[in-house]
Design a protein around this ligand. Structure first.
Ligand SMILES: Nc1nc2c(ncn2[C@@H]2O[C@H](COP(=O)(O)OP(=O)(O)OP(=O)(O)O)[C@@H](O)[C@H]2O)c(=O)[nH]1
Ligand SMILES: [Mg+2]
Length: 449
């Protein structure tokens, strides 16, 4: 998510050679400035940050460590503003959230992503279709609701979003929902009619949070429009979307500081799991190249059922991992979102994440072939890959069903067999130890100095 900034920062840091003199410090500051501006951080924010880093470094004695410490502390200061972090539940349910933003910024998609995020955390969520401007808006939200299994409150033939919001809240209270997410209408630009409508929806729904959803690709325009929304209706959080695109990331560094409202979430793709909480401490770790094990652990904990995980690891140990397990595991990984953003949370893996930019786990040719093959198998065959391995007529049937050649099927079977063997070996005593060692290293990973 922050590979560009993180990489240019680490390049800047690498170039810094301190010999306790001011000339070296100035050079380091110039490098830092270049990398931040290149990442599109607003120039005023850069100036302020540099000044503080300079002062702090001098105060603690010019040196590489004091420079890095000063950078870390002041980055945290810039990212942290007064307000909530991540999703915060009201003391009395339902927690009501109003989603606002300009047209096409990603409000409806993000409403779905938040609902999915909360559903994985076992919350009962109601999404409210209060965008009655665009013809297909209600339908879009309904489709998302169906896809993630979250109820949508919609009123056919109703033209007044205020009425819809009101009724939705009554419905949510009566039916004991934990969270109500209200999707609102966007406009091409800020206009009175939009603000009036939002003010009235706000009045009737009395939201615990008002999120401003902004397209990170619009750069400083996102900051300006967020400031205007804050002035007019008062927002309590920003969500930046489309971070997976060409966004250089700088908006995320400056926006909270620039408008005085915390950045709460970041959208990193079009799919429902592609949402990340924005927690300043963790982001600074990522920026400084130390990864973000906490977020990674949270993400995996939310989608992996511990009991199932144990069953699978037992099977692996016995060498009994089969195609059915494979499909199930693939589904779990899909729930966690795009591979790139997951890998970038591992310390020191920023570059690997960059290399994976275009890897799509779901749609890669290999995975498609394997899936097609598995879906052409009988349940018995899925549970026991050997059945196909040793029987040519089964092999031919599966190949035909999957639209693959016998050679391709043979290759996949062989790969699967090797992978299962490898997994078995790795799950043995020494393998586990290696893994544990690796995990403890990752947990204790320090910012490289
Ligand atoms: N790549 C990427 N695309 C996104 C992201 N969030 C939203 N989109 C896409 O942006 C487009 C607009 O998203 P919507 O959720 O419909 O936006 P909206 O703000 O509800 O739009 P209106 O209701 O017309 O105002 C869709 O094609 C989404 O798939 C994201 O984080 N990454
Ligand atoms: Mg919408």
């Amino acid at each position: 998510m922050f590979e560009t900034i993180s990489n240019s920062l680490s390049n800047a840091i690498k170039k810094i050679r301190f010999k306790d003199d001011e000339k070296a410090l100035n050079k380091a500051l110039t490098e830092l400035k270049k990398s931040l501006l290149k990442a599109d951080v607003h120039h005023k924010v850069v100036k302020e940050l540099l000044k503080k880093v300079e002062l702090d470094t001098k105060k603690n004695g010019i040196g590489r460590n004091s420079f890095l410490k000063a950078l870390e502390n002041n980055l945290k200061d810039i990212l942290e503003v007064k307000g909530k972090q991540g999703f915060v539940f009201a003391s009395k349910p339902p927690t009501v959230v109003l989603m606002t933003g300009l047209q096409g910024s990603g409000k409806t998609t993000t409403t779905g992503k938040l609902a999915y995020y909360l559903k994985l955390r076992k919350k009962r969520v109601l999404m409210v279709a209060a965008d009655l401007q665009r013809l297909a808006a209600v339908e879009q939200l309904k489709q998302i609701g169906e896809q993630i299994g979250v109820e949508v409150f919609a009123k056919e033939d109703e033209k007044d979003p205020i009425k819809v919001a009101k009724e939705a809240l009554n419905y949510a209270r009566k039916n004991l929902f934990d969270v109500v997410l209200i999707d609102s209408a966007g406009r091409l630009a800020i206009d009175e009619a939009l603000m009036d409508e939002l003010k009235r929806v706000k009045e009737v729904s009395n939201p615990d949070d008002i999120f401003y959803v902004a397209d990170s690709l619009t750069g400083q325009d996102a900051v300006r429009s967020a400031a205007k929304f804050n002035e007019d209706i008062g927002i309590t959080g920003v969500i930046l979307t489309k971070f997976d695109g060409d966004s250089k990331g700088g908006v995320a560094i400056g926006i909270a500081h620039q408008i005085g409202v915390p950045l709460r979430f970041i959208g990193t793709g079009e799919k429902m799991p592609d949402l990340e909480v924005f927690i300043p401490d963790r982001i600074v770790n990522r920026l400084m190249g130390a990864g973000d094990i906490e977020s990674l652990a949270e993400k995996t904990a939310a989608v992996i059922d511990e009991k199932k995980a144990k069953e699978i690891s037992k099977k692996i140990k016995k060498g009994k991992f089969n195609f059915e397990d494979f499909i199930n595991q693939l589904e779990s990984v899909k729930k966690m979102g795009n591979l790139k953003s997951l890998i970038s949370m591992i310390p020191g893996m920023g570059n690997v994440a960059n290399a994976l930019k275009n890897v799509d786990l779901e749609n890669s040719k290999e995975i498609k072939h394997i899936k097609a093959m598995i879906f052409s198998m009988t349940p018995k065959e899925r549970q026991n890959p050997d059945l196909i391995l040793k029987n040519n007529s089964r092999k031919r049937r599966v190949a035909k069903g999957a639209g693959l050649s016998i050679q391709e099927v043979n290759k996949i079977l062989k790969q699967f067999n090797n992978a299962a063997k490898f997994a078995k070996k790795f799950s043995g005593k020494s393998g586990m130890k290696d893994l544990q060692n690796l995990m403890s290293h990752m947990k204790n990973a320090k910012i490289p100095r």
